[in-house]
Design a binder for this molecule. Structure first.
Ligand code: NAP
Length: 287
């Protein structure tokens, strides 16, 4: 398949590009090369490259800043997705769009399925929900792939922040009353590959496997354990660590339907974490 990846300089795209390239003809374009908020250049680029599938990794991902930078966040996550949905339909291109657990409010007593009602509790989540809706309203052939708590070798993420802070302090205070499923970008990239090869259009959930979710506190402890870093981790409540954006207290995504339809069974979260830390050790310091 000929595949175009948008937002190619981002954390997920950096792992997705080599994984898709193993079997497909892949072009990755950075924001400087293709801005998804510019509908005219989007049309020109898609017309000239004529991919079979576009994987949209372009996004505004600063969850707290989105509360104040509302227009910027909506332009990329809402209008950008709208533009892609319109142009892809026009040119008969399949769109695979990446979304988030933050489209849910966190009040569920069980893992969220792709069929559960959405209700975002922060502005970033609302802009991602807008993107999902535009695609569903405008397109017939699309994949929306929701994921959660993403980390990878490239870019800023929780794993790298904890490792950095643990070098600077002997004690870290980490929230223990928010639960979710951490996901290595490589797991998600492998899941996306399987999904776009499957032809099962619609909404998919891809995360690493946790039994009912883990907290940021448990995640931090495991990171330091595998990295053999000696630093005490103290569990705290969300109200002791106020942030501009509210987070859902429980945002585990149920991957069952994607497992059955595509055959993609994600690995256990601890396995992925170990592999990511190994990859991080082997990467250059600039990663
Ligand atoms: N990170 C997480 O924890 C998490 C959790 C759940 C879901 N997700 C979703 O997963 C996807 C990938 O996230 P990620 O962590 O890889 O994000 P990321 O590292 O922030 O990458 C996003 C990329 O999109 C680019 N971009 C921004 N505006 C653009 C535009 N108008 N046109 C084209 N490109 C643009 C950015 O470029 P610049 O840096 O130059 O702006 C950046 O390279 C996103 O859809 C995100 O919402 C992420």
């Amino acid at each position: 398949m000929k595949i175009l990846i948008t937002g190619a300089a981002g954390m997920l795209a950096s792992d997705l590009l080599p994984i898709l390239s193993s079997e497909h003809d892949v072009v990755g374009l950075t924001r400087q090369q293709l801005d998804i908020t510019d509908i005219a250049s989007l049309r020109d680029t898609l017309k000239s490259l004529s991919p079979e599938v576009v994987v949209n990794c372009a996004a505004y991902t600063k969850v707290d800043l989105a509360e104040t930078e509302r227009q910027k966040a909506f332009m990329v996550n809402g209008i950008g997705a709208y533009n892609l949905s319109v142009i892809c339909s026009e040119l008969d291109i399949i769109l695979c769009h990446i979304s988030t657990d933050y489209v849910f409010d966190g009040q569920s007593q069980r893992a969220y399925t792709p069929f559960d009602p959405t209700r975002a509790v922060n502005f970033y989540g609302l802009t991602k929900l807008a993107g999902e809706k535009y695609i569903q309203w405008n397109m017939k052939r699309f994949y929306i792939v929701r994921t959660s708590w993403l980390y990878g070798v490239k870019g800023n993420n929780f794993v790298k922040t904890i490792l950095r802070l643990a070098k600077e302090k002997d004690q870290l205070r980490v929230v223990s009353d928010q639960k979710g499923s951490p996901t290595w970008t490589v797991t998600l990239a492998r899941g996306i590959k399987r999904i776009i090869e499957s032809g099962y259009y619609g909404i998919h959930h891809v995360t690493d496997k946790t039994e009912g979710g883990i907290s940021w506190y448990e995640f931090a402890r495991e990171i330091l354990k595998y990295a053999s870093v000696d630093c005490e981790v103290i569990p705290i409540k969300t109200e002791e660590y106020p942030t501009p954006a509210q987070r859902p207290s429980y945002s585990v995504l149920d991957t069952f339907f994607t497992e059955v339809s595509t055959g993609f069974v994600p690995p256990d979260w601890k396995e992925s974490l170990k592999n990511m830390l190994q990859a991080l050790n082997q990467s250059s310091p600039s990663a």
